[in-house]
Design a protein around this ligand. Sequence first.
Ligand code: HEC
Length: 477
Amino acid sequence: MGMGTRGQGLVLGLGLVLLGACGDDGSPSETNAGPTTTAGSGDLTGGTAGEETTEGDTSPAARPNWHEDIAPLVAANCRSCHTAGSVAPFPMDDYEGTWPLGAAMLLQVDAATMPPWHAVETTECIPPAPFQHDARLTEDDKQLLRDWVALGTPEGDPANAAPIPEPPSTDLADPSGSDSMQGSLTIQPEGSRLDFFHCLSLDPGNAEDVFLDGIQVIPGNDAIVHHVLVYLDVDGASAAWPGGQVLDCDGGTGGVGNVRLAGAWVPGAQPIRPPEGVGVRLPAGARLILNMHYHAAVTGPETDDGTGVALHWTTDAPEYTSELMLIGAPGEGDLVDPPLLVPSGASNHVEAVEFDVPFIGAVDVRLWAVAAHMHKVGIDMKVSILRGNDELCMLQTPAYDFDWQRLYQYDVPIGDAFRIQSGDRVRVRCTYDNTLDNPSVVEMLQEVGLDQPQDVSQGEGTLDEMCLTAVGIAYRL
Ligand code: HEC
């Protein structure tokens, strides 16, 4: 399913690339240095542009240009993904590879679909603090890109090149330990069944008790991995699993009881690194249980031969104990009456879940992160804290996209993070569009060979729906 989207996205992108390469009418051709200055770019323009232009047309003084203005912008904001071998379909590593994309880049940037970032302020939601790693471009950067495209994507003079910042890493920094699955798992549809839940046991590799304060899940094949939940198996009971696996473990932990949720991966996720002073004890001999939700590709078998984790830990006990909680439906705070149901044809269907915050008795409870999780029918999600008559908004994702979920972390020290009080309730509001106007509904129906929306009910399968938040809580007892 993910591949399908990407394929279509790329076709659209390339369509725009061609437009860009031909130069749109507004661009003064004498500054359209792009096609002329570099060997190889003629392939993209049919070869004629290069012959028609002369040396002077490269206008090295034109600003903004690639070397002085755009290369640093792209390195800082795009190349963490748009680099050779990374998740995005085309690299933006150099001028030759990037100038033909100018118009397509601008389209995505103006529509705020690139860089992907979904936690935005709305008329009904101003979160209590900014989020870390906010990927949105500043208005100045957007303008720079607009001006560059309007000028015909000039290259400028490499002699004047601005320093290029290192693209931000999407990996956990300085891991203390890591492990990955033994062997491999092949996932393929079984009749009409597409969703599979398998549990893996991994060894964090700590010889003594340590405090886990960073975790990155590295999915082995993101064409089929729908989510990964990482549980701390405190007693290391899963060490006894043959081959390190329990197949068909449903949403659970393969029969192991003493567990706590420590991390999660969903499409678009980044490593989880709680604020300084927040962590959870990882006893010597403990294991990690990964609950893997695979969604089989209808195109045929796909293999996961390497899902793993990278971990960061400290030996000093942190001030706050960290806990990740899933709140919503299905699960804690489950809707009982009536259960979640999104009728076919409903374009603005709302479900809401409320949940009493636990940890009453802890002296200091903080909220350090929050995430939105729905499946393909969901279009908007809001997570708030209800306190008396007030509704305090923590996160809203009004352009929700299944492919771009992440745990949004507030950019404040833990002592300044939102403080949860006794009596607070979490409210999760989910809005769904179960019509053909919702492109991900169309995609989901195509996958199963249907052409009309169906009633969608609550469940963990990719074609069911959820209304779930993950919250990062830290507390001192
Ligand atoms: C977090 C990773 C990430 C970052 C950062 C990112 N992109 Fe992307 N981009 C992707 C992926 C993955 C795709 C493929 C389509 C999809 O999955 O949405 C994509 C697709 C695109 C497309 C093609 C869209 C289409 O459908 O034709 C353009 C253009 C684009 N990105 C521009 C940018 C620009 C410009 C920046 C920086 C200002 C940027 N991207 C930053 C991951 C990223």
